[in-house]
Design a protein around this ligand. Sequence first.
Ligand code: ADP
Ligand code: MG
Ligand code: MG
Length: 199
Amino acid sequence: MFDADFFRRWMTATAASVEREAERLTALDSPIGDADHGSNLQRGFRAVVETLEKEEPGTPGAVLTLAGRRLISTVGGASGPLYGTLLRRTGKALGDAAEVGGQDLAEALRTGVDAVRQLGGAAPGDKTMVDALVPAVDALGDSFAAARAAAEQGALATAPLQARKGRASYLGERSVGHQDPGATSSALLIAALAEVAGE
Ligand code: ADP
Ligand code: MG
Ligand code: MG
């Protein structure tokens, strides 16, 4: 079972990973975007960690809904509302239980990913964060490690695709040959989950 502290550690581990990888995320956003993905997420996850320390939400659902709200309020780019929605809707689906099981988490995350798809209108293959998140939730029933591998694979597989959503889609065919920054950061989010689960 996973408690509020587990989810807080997931957010902290994600923030640390974003700090380490910010330059790479921004570099990926340079040829097919506006070179701000790393700094957007850095600002957002710094604020998330700060808020979680201050408000000390007591349930898994409260941790994620608070984190999601904070991302929405601090990140101006497309990724803020999308990641904010992912966490907020996942948190909402977890309800107010003090502890949740792996199956609950997998189902809640599926709800969150569906909300991202609805908000952004992206389907798998459109070269977005959805390309890492969907395979990750599909694999989460097996293990956290399987979800991490699936997300990493999904992110790598965005390189040959032509973007159909977001800023990169304005480039048309010129978006081909570059890995999507959002799919890459989604893989970091899932890797942080596997890390705090000890896998
Ligand atoms: P912005 O494009 O506003 O500068 P970011 O650079 O922070 O925002 O985030 C860009 C990432 O957001 C993309 O790499 C992509 O993965 C994701 N993204 C953009 N638009 C969408 C969308 N409609 N649906 C899903 N993901 C999207
Ligand atoms: Mg950008
Ligand atoms: Mg931007």
